[in-house]
Ligand binder design. Structure first.
Ligand SMILES: O=c1[nH]c(=O)c2[nH]c(=O)[nH]c2[nH]1
Length: 319
């Protein structure tokens, strides 16, 4: 910014961005009587030459947030929604390349999954086979899928992930051999429940080459599968160890990903003392637990491909 476009005041404008947050868009694709749903929550955030509007109220460089909302809906109709990532890339490219003052676009998308309700005669051929109506869905009560696309006209950054995926191992978890000081009361555990609500983000190494674009839908399904398999298959001596196994399984199996970050609350399950009622409560014998909701241990770490730089923010809850 030139000095003349800045007011003679000591207060200087710092980093800023604007856009329309949480555009809820549902796109139905019809394939005969079989319908498909994409249900997204899209947040647009733009930045660039925005000094004049902040200092003087000149809107000459301001594409209205209302227009960014309209673009989300129009793009959903005009181009469809193949995947959240592809949709975000399309939007980010549009804002940066069509508006000179806009230098960077960041598109954040949450995706809510729907599962088809199989009707009782579906597939039986009893009411006409291919014409069978397939338009009923139940919202999946599991995780929310996430993506964030950032484009500055040159560099692409795609970070995808998920939140609210609750998992539990009812055995094959221990925790012992830890530091003990005068405040330590935790009994060592040789067979405990390990449960967490996974919040994870993974960064793609895609650099914008259309020919080398990952298959975003397949990538998500595979990452989720590897992560869950690692959780289930790891004999755990700590949640930290399980976290590393989950991240490294993704890095080792998915070449399109260079960095994974997890935030894992340790959802503690405490053995209930049933001695007052004359009852033993032993893990080996099918025990009763108190599922505590707080406080919880919070285990967080980034796992990187050897040589890659950590870029997923340490505090990723806003992603
Ligand atoms: O897996 C665990 N990691 C810890 O660091 C920890 N600390 C604690 O009290 N319980 C556990 N469990």
């Amino acid at each position: 910014m030139t000095a003349s476009s800045r007011p003679a005041r000591p207060a200087i404008l710092g980093p800023n961005q604007y856009g329309k947050a949480e555009n809820r868009v549902v796109k139905i694709t019809r394939d005969g009587a079989t319908h498909h749903i994409k249900d997204l929550n899209v947040s647009v955030s733009l930045s660039g030459d925005m000094d004049e509007v902040h200092y003087f109220g000149s809107n000459a460089n301001v594409l209205p947030t209302d227009t960014t909302k309209n673009t989300v809906y129009a793009f959903a109709k005009e181009y469809g929604i193949e995947s959240a990532e592809q949709f975000g890339i399309h939007l980010a490219r549009h804002f940066v390349t069509s508006q000179e003052p806009i230098k960077t676009a960041r598109i954040r998308i949450e995706e809510y999954a729907w599962e088809r309700i199989e009707t009782s005669d579906a597939g039986s051929g009893s009411t006409g086979g291919a014409d069978e109506a397939r338009h009923s869905f139940v919202r999946k009560g599991q995780e929310t899928r996430l993506t964030q696309i950032t484009y500055d006209g040159e560099t692409w950054e795609v970070i995808s992930g998920l939140k609210d995926l609750v998992v539990m191992n009812s055995t094959n978890s221990e925790f012992w051999g830890y530091v003990k000081d005068k405040y330590t009361t935790l009994p060592e555990a040789y067979d405990r429940i390990l449960a967490t609500e996974v919040s994870g983000r993974w960064r793609f190494n895609w650099t914008g080459d259309e020919q080398k674009m990952p298959d975003w839908e397949k990538s998500y399904d595979q990452v989720r599968k590897h992560m869950l398999q690692a959780f289930a298959e790891t004999y755990s001596l700590s949640l930290q160890q399980t976290l590393y196994q989950m991240g490294s399984r993704i890095i080792e199996n998915r070449g399109e990903i260079d960095e994974v970050r997890f935030s894992l609350p340790n959802k503690h399950h405490f053995l209930v003392d049933l001695k007052p009622f004359g009852l033993e409560n032993d893990t080996a014998d099918g025990a009763v637990y108190f599922a505590a909701d707080r406080p919880y241990g919070l285990i967080e770490a980034t796992i990187l491909r050897d040589g890659a730089e950590p870029r997923i923010p340490v505090d990723m809850t806003n992603l």
